[in-house]
Design a protein around this ligand. Structure first.
Ligand code: GDP
Ligand code: MG
Length: 454
């Protein structure tokens, strides 16, 4: 049964801009306006059916002439608590996310991690919209629960509108310096070249209707139907998180973007040493809200799940799986699946004898986004791998240093540096730059390299 699935919409941005509250608001709205049984939850995802959006946003749907023109079944929203979560939504040649919502605080514009999210959105080619959140903080703004932004802005005093325009203008300038053309969504003339900015408030719900409609428009225009078509074949997905659960052992939270995953399936995924084969013992999803009896009774076990879905896998052999790793169910030959996963992982790692720096990161996703960013910054990479810096990395960096002192460096993103490795690096003249914000790590490295040359 092939069909069109909902686009996977990832919500990204700096900490505290309101990503989670915005999603809570959207979910709450969907629950209030749903048809019975229509809202489903997933691990790390929530489904918002189009029917609920249309009822909630009715007058705006008509104003924007969207009635009857939306063919996506809804949205599958993914919250990203930190930037690693977005990095890990990787798949070969792009992102598992079909569209993105970049949330910024309207009163402060783009901040560090917002910028970092933006870099990754662009590097992975994900169509996106900007939610300029905390609209209710605009001085003099008169709020009304859940009112669409277009209607709200018509009812404001001139000075509140002037404040709003000033903040949006600043955001537009900031984006333009990054080479991005953007405008308030109702002023966008060409969605192919301009990014729409939708003012929202996660507290009052204002602008949430606009955000959902603009996101639907962007999804339909820029995500191909082919990409949204699910097959009946074996599951393909990506590992978001791996953890120990009391009574269950190692579990992996994964997002399946194509195919069907069944209890009993053999899956191939990957760890530090390469491909890992595991057996799916149980599949766990959250209970629908109306079946939930008490907070302890939140999950249910299912026999199969169909893309797109977020699911928790209990399995044998999942220890050592690294987030950001692909996961595929084996249908035909196990060797073929192992080979395919091995090739995909090899595409993320770099092992060369060319000169360049050593890049280390905590997951396959963060490593991939790091390598993408280093390439954009014209910094050659000799070796890139997951895990903390090791003896081998110091040796490689020291070799690179002989050819060019500026390449005698290890860039460590989101990983700790073991003290003995730090010591060894110091005595080999190898510089280790460590940090949690990618472009800061790169800036610090470049400053060091420039000082060497001076
Ligand atoms: P996240 O880190 O991006 O997920 O941010 P949260 O959703 O956790 O929100 C961070 C803080 O900002 C919380 O205290 C929220 O109540 C507040 N907040 C979020 N959205 C809004 C908004 O639209 N207006 C106002 N006034 N506060 C907001
Ligand atoms: Mg949050």
């Amino acid at each position: 049964m092939a069909g069109i699935r909902s686009p996977i919409a990832v919500v990204v941005g700096h900490v505290d801009v309101g990503k989670t509250l915005l999603l809570d608001k959207i979910r709450g709205t969907a629950v209030a306006y749903r048809e019975p049984g229509m809202i489903t939850q997933h691990i790390g995802m929530s489904f918002v059916p189009w029917g609920a959006v249309e009822r909630f946003a009715g007058p705006l749907v008509d104003r924007l002439r969207l009635r009857g023109r939306i063919w996506i079944p809804g949205f599958l929203f993914i919250d990203t608590p930190g930037h690693a979560a977005f990095s890990n939504l990787r798949k070969r040649g792009g992102s598992v996310a079909d569209v993105a919502v970049l949330v910024v605080d309207i009163t402060s514009g783009l901040e560090e991690q917002g910028l970092e999210s933006l870099n990754l959105i662009r590097a992975r080619g994900v169509p996106f919209v900007i939610a300029a959140n905390k609209l209710d903080r605009i001085y003099g703004w008169q709020s009304e629960e859940n009112r669409p932004f277009l209607f709200a802005v018509e009812r404001q005093e001139w000075h509140a509108v002037a404040q709003l325009e000033e903040q949006i203008g600043r955001l537009i300038d900031q984006l333009s310096r990054l080479g991005i053309e953007a405008d308030r969504y109702d002023r966008v003339r060409d969605f192919a070249t301009q990014v729409p900015i939708v003012p929202t408030s996660a507290v009052t719900g204002e602008g949430v209707a606009d955000l959902l409609l603009v996101l639907a428009g962007v999804s339909q225009r820029f995500v191909s139907k082919e990409r949204l078509t699910v097959r009946d074949g074996p599951a393909r997905g990506v590992v978001m998180e791996v953890k120990e659960e009391r009574g269950l052992g190692t579990v992996a939270d994964v997002i399946i973007y194509d195919g069907v995953l069944r209890r009993g399936d053999t899956v191939v995924t990957a760890g530090l040493q390469g491909p890992i084969t595991a057996k799916v013992k149980m599949l766990i999803v959250p209970k629908p809200l109306d079946e939930m009896r008490d907070p302890e009774d939140r999950y249910k076990y299912v026999d199969e799940v169909r893309a797109a879905v977020g699911v928790r896998i209990v399995g044998e052999g999942l220890e050592g799986v690294v987030p950001g790793a692909p996961i595929v169910a084996v249908e035909g030959s196990l060797e073929e699946a192992v080979k395919a996963v091995g090739e995909e992982i090899a595409a993320v790692k770099i092992e060369s004898d060319k000169e360049g720096v050593v890049a280390k990161a905590d997951t396959f996703g963060t490593l991939e986004s790091m390598v993408l960013f280093l390439r954009q910054s014209n910094i050659p990479v000799r070796r890139a791998d997951v895990g903390p810096p090791s003896h081998k990395d110091v040796v490689e960096a020291a070799l690179s240093r002989r050819r060019d002192p500026a390449y005698g460096a290890i860039l460590a993103f989101n990983v700790r540096v073991p003290p003995e490795v730090e010591k060894e690096a110091q005595s080999s003249g190898v510089k280790i730059v460590r940090g949690e914000i990618l472009y800061k790590v790169v800036d610090e490295y470049l400053r060091w390299a420039n000082e060497l040359k001076a």
